[in-house]
Design a protein around this ligand. Structure first.
Ligand code: PAF
Length: 274
C-alpha cells in the first residue's frame, strides 16, 4: 500500500490507475470501515482510503483533541484489506491556510444531528469536497451509520454535478447489536453493557411502525423516557422520511428512525430503515 500525505504526490500516484474508489475516514479503524473498503473494491480498480481528523467538523467543546489516533494500526488494517493507496494529509497539507471558502449545506444541516452540532455538516461537506478534489475518484463509499452525513454528501455531489457515484455501506454491528464506532472505545465496561439498548429501542420502533402505528411522536417519547430511566441523555429519537429526513408527509413514504443519545460522556448515534 502506498501512503501519501502531499496532495501533489497523491495526484501523481493516481495517474493511470483506472477507476478510483475512495473511502474517507478519520482513522481509528474498525470492522465497519474495513467492510466499506471491501465494498469499494467492487466499484473500481484502485481503492484509495484517507485518514484525516478534520478539525472543521468538531465543535469547540467536542472531542477533536482526544479523538483516537491510531495511525500504525490503521495502516496495517488497510494494507490487510487490500487498499491500494492511503492519503494521510497533515493539517498543513490539507489546510495550509485558514479554510475560508466552505460548503454551506442547506436546511438539512440544522436538523437532527445538525441541531445539536452546529456547523458540523459545513465542516464535513467542506472537507469531503476538498478530499474529492485531491483524490478525484469516480466512486466514493460512506457508511449508512452516519445517515444524515451520507444524505448531505449525496445531495452536495448531485447539486454540484460532481462526477462521483456515492455508495452507501451497511452498518456493521457487534453481536449484541451495538453499531461499531470509533467512539465506542470511550465507553466504560458498564456503559458498553448498556449501549445496545439504543439499537433495541430502534428495532422496537420499527416493529411498531411496521405493525401500523402512526403516532410517531408517542414512539419517540417512549424511547426517550426508557433511555432516560437507564441513565441516557437523549438529543433526539426521530422517525423521518428516508428521502429528506423531514417528518413523514404521506403514509407511503419510506421511513428511517434515527437517534443520538449520550451515555456518560459518550455520544452514540444509530439509525435503521423501516
Ligand atoms: O465519517 C467520517 O469519518 C468523517 O465525517 C469524514 C466523512 C471522513 C469526513 O471527515
Amino acid at each position: 500500500m502506498q501512503i501519501h500525505s502531499a496532495i501533489a504526490d497523491l495526484r501523481a500516484a493516481l495517474k493511470n490507475r483506472g477507476q478510483v474508489v475512495f473511502v474517507p475516514t478519520m482513522g481509528n479503524l474498525h470492522a465497519g470501515h474495513i467492510s466499506l473498503m471491501e465494498q469499494a473494491r467492487s466499484h473500481g480498480d484502485t481503492v484509495v482510503a484517507s485518514i484525516f481528523v478534520n478539525r472543521l467538523q468538531f465543535g469547540p467543546n467536542e472531542d477533536f483533541d482526544k479523538y483516537p489516533r491510531t495511525f500504525q494500526a490503521d495502516c496495517d488494517k488497510l494494507a490487510a484489506a487490500g487498499v491500494d493507496v492511503l492519503f494521510a494529509p497533515t493539517e498543513a497539507d490539507l489546510y495550509p491556510e485558514a479554510q475560508e471558502y466552505t460548503v454551506e449545506p442547506p436546511a438539512i444541516q440544522n436538523i437532527l444531528d445538525g441541531e445539536f452540532r452546529p456547523g458540523h455538516f459545513r465542516g464535513v461537506a467542506t472537507v469531503v469536497l476538498k478530499l474529492f478534489n485531491c483524490v478525484q475518484p469516480q466512486a466514493a463509499v460512506f457508511g449508512k451509520k452516519d445517515y444524515q452525513q451520507l444524505m448531505v454528501i449525496r445531495n452536495m455531489t448531485r447539486q454540484l454535478a460532481l462526477p462521483i457515484n456515492i455508495v452507501g455501506g451497511d452498518t456493521v454491528r457487534a453481536d449484541d447489536g451495538l453499531a461499531l464506532s470509533s467512539r465506542n472505545g470511550y465507553l466504560s465496561a458498564a456503559e458498553r453493557a448498556e449501549a445496545p439498548r439504543l439499537y433495541r429501542l430502534l428495532n422496537e420502533i420499527r416493529a411498531a411502525v411496521r405493525a401500523g402505528e402512526t403516532k410517531y411522536t408517542n414512539l419517540e417519547n417512549q424511547a426517550i423516557a426508557e433511555l432516560a430511566a437507564a441513565g441516557w441523555k437523549t438529543d433526539y429519537v426521530a422517525v423521518r422520511q428516508q428521502s429528506d429526513l423531514a417528518p413523514a408527509s404521506n403514509a407511503n413514504a419510506p421511513l428511517v428512525v434515527l437517534a443520538a443519545s449520550r451515555l456518560g460522556a459518550t455520544r452514540l448515534i444509530d439509525n435503521i430503515e423501516i
